[in-house]
Design a protein around this ligand. Structure first.
Ligand code: ZN
Length: 191
């Protein structure tokens, strides 16, 4: 179990797609949403920046006590992603702590205590202020992260534990490739 992400360079909106899977009752022709490249665009409601750059106005939904925002469905070229990452959930947590250290974030016991207005311009904000399990990190958020990943690589290496440095730096470079590939026109799918 862990966090997998897959980056796509582009998407095509599917305005007529049903709210739920279009193969909910079983695919008639052997193809479901997954095979057709259909993806739901959504994020936890605390992270509205993630859906900037997708067309339309977000709708709000609630599932199992969590609030989400959604912007319908899009079609992607699933067989041709432009990048991917994999880490355990705890590994992703450590990775984001390293990003905070590399980017000079204020030291706090719990990042969720921070005021979003005061941190939204800090490096890696769009990734740090986001879910660690599911959601869609959209074209504007990815574009904002490109410069951060280019600019803070040396800092990241400096704050990384030397015993596993190669692994963390490789993860960093995978993320850099994802945000660059998805910037402006695509998105990163957290799954
Ligand atoms: Zn579908």
């Amino acid at each position: 179990m862990g966090l997998d992400t897959t980056a796509f360079r582009s998407f095509e909106p599917l305005p007529g797609h049903p709210d739920e899977y279009c193969d909910e009752d079983g695919p008639e022709d052997g193809e479901g949403c997954y095979e057709r490249g259909h993806e739901k665009v959504f994020a936890y409601a605390d992270f509205p920046h993630a859906l900037d750059g997708f067309p339309g106005e977000p709708t709000v939904s609630e599932t199992w006590g969590s609030k989400f925002i959604e912007k319908g469905w899009v079609k992607i070229d699933r067989d041709n992603p432009v990048g991917s990452t994999h880490a355990s959930y705890s590994g992703h947590g450590i990775f984001r702590d390293l990003l905070r250290a590399a980017g000079g974030w204020p030291e706090t016991a719990d990042k969720w205590d921070l005021d979003v207005e005061q941190i939204k311009d800090l490096p890696f904000f769009e990734l740090i202020w986001f879910a660690d399990n599911e959601g869609t990190l959209g074209p504007v958020a990815c574009a904002a992260l490109v410069d951060d990943f280019e600019k803070y690589r040396e800092n990241f290496i400096a704050v990384t534990d030397s015993t596993r440095a190669d692994w963390w730096i490789s993860l960093y470079d995978d993320w850099a490739e994802c945000v660059k590939g998805a910037a402006n026109t695509g998105f990163i799918d957290f799954h």
